[in-house]
Design a protein around this ligand. Structure first.
Ligand SMILES: *Cc1c(COP(=O)(O)O)cnc(C)c1O
Ligand code: SF4
Length: 360
């Protein structure tokens, strides 16, 4: 397995690709790291440092289990010092239980590999394909469903996108491309623009969707240059961010989300139901309220995918259903996410419903 952190990818990409016939999109300007790239370079990368920065006592090293610690400062700033059960810290702090084999938890729990249509291109659902645009992320979430995904087999350079782009161009049933990863916003602006334009040039693509946690964890990634890229496409843009707890929506993050909302792009949030992080009605209510107050619509609350090393985050789906029920009493209908689980082989995410409501 071993997922190699590729944090400096954006910087390395700026060296360009000599000998390939690229459209003239300047890359030279990327040679100076932008503020978000500097923030990423300065991120915390060890458990010991994480504990030190939060004034937590030193503890035995739980190991990283092939998935290194990565926490940017702006995300760390939103954690409470001295609190070992801070809901943001618990998302990024390695635990000895990651090393335990638990029955029912596997490396490829959601069947990503079987759904591969081309290098970096996954299709499970009608009409939409998932394009693994980057192998890197700006934060390493310990519960990640792709923590064991073999990113090293997927395209990195624009010439390596060709098979996936050809596959999309030749299949008129595909109307939406979801840029995912890793995190697609880890690409430099020039690389991201190039990819978006190539997809946008395929006439039957109606929508380009971005799945990114960067506006949450490094809000400075939302620059006017990025907004220009997102709003200059022919296809409709849709943006799905990923926040799990209301405390993630701090001031700098709120500014970034507002900027995205004001650009006119629909902004949705997906969250994962996580033990000790957001498995209470109060936590989920706070998250939904902070989001909708910024114009960001709660989309999905995911039941955890059963990926190796994440069992200690699992919440009983029955509790999830009770929480959704409680939320429905507290919040306007539009502030309620759909509680879903990914079941391999199903034609879409499966909505979890109380047994008495399930249609036989
Ligand atoms: C979740 C997912 C999607 C998106 O599903 P929506 O219900 O459209 O949000 C698309 N492709 C794959 C492989 C997925 O896992
Ligand atoms: S940002 Fe998303 S893909 Fe990256 S580690 Fe977190 S959950 Fe996984």
């Amino acid at each position: 397995m071993s997922r190699v952190p590729d944090t400096f990818q954006a910087k390395r990409q700026s060296s360009g690709t000599p000998g390939t016939a690229e459209p003239a999109i300047p890359t030279a300007v990327q040679d100076t790291p932008t503020s978000w790239q500097r923030e990423l370079a300065a991120a915390v990368r060890t458990t010991a440092e994480l504990r030190r920065r939060l004034d937590l006592p030193a503890a035995a090293d739980p190991g990283e289990h092939g998935f290194p610690v990565l926490v940017p400062q702006s995300f760390l700033n939103r954690m409470k010092r001295g609190d070992a059960s801070d809901p943001l810290l618990l998302q990024v702090l390695p635990h000895t239980e990651e090393g335990h084999d638990v029955v029912g938890f596997a490396a490829d729990a959601v069947g990503d590999l079987a759904a591969r249509r081309a290098p970096g291109l996954i299709q499970k659902y009608a009409g939409r394909v998932l394009f693994v645009a980057a192998g890197a992320c700006a934060v390493h979430c310990r519960y990640c469903f792709r923590r064991e995904y073999p990113y090293q087999n997927d395209p990195r350079l624009p010439e390596e996108w060709v098979p996936a782009l050809r596959e999309i161009a030749e299949d008129k049933s595909v109307t939406e491309v979801i840029l995912s990863g890793g995190d697609p916003l880890m690409l430099s602006d020039s690389r991201l623009e190039l990819l978006c334009r190539r997809i946008d040039a395929i006439p039957h693509i109606e929508r380009i969707r971005f799945h990114s946690r960067l506006p949450i964890v490094i809000p400075s990634r939302v620059t006017s240059e990025l907004i220009t890229i997102l709003t200059s496409l022919r296809a409709q843009t849709v943006f799905v961010v990923h926040a799990n707890h209301g405390n993630e929506i701090a001031d700098d993050c709120a500014v970034a989300l507002r900027t995205l909302v004001h650009s006119g792009i629909p902004i949705l949030n997906q969250a994962v139901l996580l033990r000790r992080v957001n498995d209470s009605a109060d936590a989920l209510e706070l998250l939904s309220r902070r989001l909708v107050n910024l114009g960001v619509m709660p989309y999905y609350l995911h039941q955890l995918d059963r990926v190796s090393g994440t069992a200690h985050y699992e919440v009983d789906p029955k509790l999830g259903l009770r929480l959704i029920d409680e939320l429905a009493k507290r919040l306007p209908g539009y502030a309620l996410p759909r509680f879903v689980r990914e079941i391999p082989g199903q034609p879409g995410k499966t909505t979890l419903l109380p047994t008495e409501l399930q249609v036989p």
